[in-house]
Design a protein around this ligand. Structure first.
Ligand code: PLP
Length: 397
């Protein structure tokens, strides 16, 4: 068989298209979903309950509410804080647009703070200047799975009452100062989209140690009803219920939880695999003439390695889109995480830029590429991606 080193006639390439992300499922998930389908109970019920218990144990969180997506979880978290029109929520423009949309859906005003070019996480040096008397919450993203410096945010919460909502869509399996993401005294939202570190098909979870917030989110998840359907339909349940809030239909189904129940058991193995692949990329791409990789913060953390990204330098012979297309031609799938949200049409109209602009986020948003990274990929394939990248950019090893 040809290897990355021997395939030189028409340049190195993968025989078939090599996707940048793939879910990793086996018979455990498949059999559990089949059991669920045969059980007569498809929507929120015992499997969601069991999954919430497992999430609680893994994340050391006192309360967990499973929801239909992280988008739903972020939306409900902000509603649970009872934002008032004009209340400001500070966030990063380097995120999926869901983060910003949910602030607007909840009636808040997004305020952007630029990112740190080394980590791509929100630049905490610029945080103070963005805080005003209307700041109600900060929603940082643990970008690519790298935990933000949570102590800074927790101190703002404690001393100035600015609530912390962690967008941890990338961070299942990440740790900060020895504790899992989700165990801190705030609100933390996970995503179980198929590209994420663990999946339930679609889905998410809100983790908090605040019982009042958990209770409100639970009610908001299902039409503001004061009782679960599982209880109502069971032999011991009662059909009647009251409605306490104008809630949503954001509940997770047992079919989804059937997948999650087994994914969580493998999360640490998945993350270790991702870390090993990231180490291959780091070794091959450190000091690359045309692209740079992210730096390492000096606090104690475990990177969940949801994404491995390169940012093209200004001297790159190809633009980001040209490079992504050239990689696609060689059967290498890539991802774009993300264009800066501040550059999107409606957001540009609605969210003013800070006085100094958002130059780092803007540049990164035009020059970033996510390389293939998932637990079904081998180290050899990461080496091959590097070889292909170097061939395209005409960099000799
Ligand atoms: C940073 C970030 N926040 C929020 C979301 C929304 O997650 P979901 O697709 O589960 O709604 C995503 C999804 O890609 C994300 O990457």
């Amino acid at each position: 068989m040809e290897t990355a080193k021997t395939m030189t006639t028409h340049g190195t390439h993968f025989e078939n298209f090599f996707p940048f992300a793939r879910p990793t499922l086996d018979d455990h998930e498949i059999e559990e979903v089949v059991s669920c389908l045969k059980s007569d109970w498809l929507t929120t019920g015992p499997r969601v309950k069991a999954f919430e218990e497992k999430l609680k144990a893994y994340h050391q969180a006192e309360h967990v509410v499973c929801v239909s997506s992280a988008t739903a979880g972020l939306h409900l978290s902000l509603l649970a804080l009872d934002l008032q029109p004009g209340d400001e929520v500070i966030t990063t423009p380097m995120t999926f647009v869901a983060t910003v949309n949910t602030i607007i859906h909840a009636g808040g005003t997004p305020v952007f703070v630029d990112i740190d070019p080394e980590t791509l996480n929100l630049d905490t040096q610029q945080l103070e200047a963005a805080i005003t008397p209307r700041t109600r919450a900060i929603m940082p993203v643990h970008f690519a799975g790298l935990p933000v410096d949570l102590d800074i945010y927790l101190e703002l919460q404690e001393k100035r009452g600015i609530r912390l909502v962690e967008d941890a869509a990338h961070a299942s399996g990440a740790f900060y100062k020895g504790k899992p993401i989700g165990s801190f005294n705030d609100i933390c939202v996970l995503s179980f989209h198929p590209n994420k570190n663990m999946t339930t098909g679609e889905g998410g979870a809100v983790l908090t140690n605040d019982p009042a917030i958990a209770d409100r989110i639970k009610k908001l998840t299902f039409h503001g009803i004061d009782r679960e359907a599982w209880n109502r339909f069971g032999k011991t349940g009662q059909q009647g219920y009251d409605v306490l809030l104008p809630g949503f239909k954001y509940n997770m189904m047992d079919i989804q939880a059937a997948i999650g129940l087994h994914q969580i058991d493998k999360l640490d193995t998945f993350v270790k695999h991702r870390q090993a692949l990231a180490a291959v990329y780091e070794e091959g791409l450190t000091n690359h003439p045309y692209c740079r990789i992210m730096g390492k913060p000096d606090y104690d953390y475990v990177h969940a390695r949801h994404l491995f990204q390169i940012v093209l330098r200004e001297n790159s012979p190809l633009t980001r889109d040209e490079l992504m297309n050239a990689l696609k031609e060689r059967n290498v799938g890539t991802g774009l995480h993300y264009q800066s949200c501040s550059d999107f049409d409606y957001i540009k109209k609605q969210v003013p830029l800070p006085p100094q602009g958002l130059p780092i986020s803007h540049y990164v948003g035009q020059n970033i590429i996510s390389l293939p990274l998932h637990p079904r990929m081998e180290a050899e394939q990461a080496h091959k991606v590097i070889d292909i990248l170097n061939e395209i950019l005409k960099v000799s090893p």
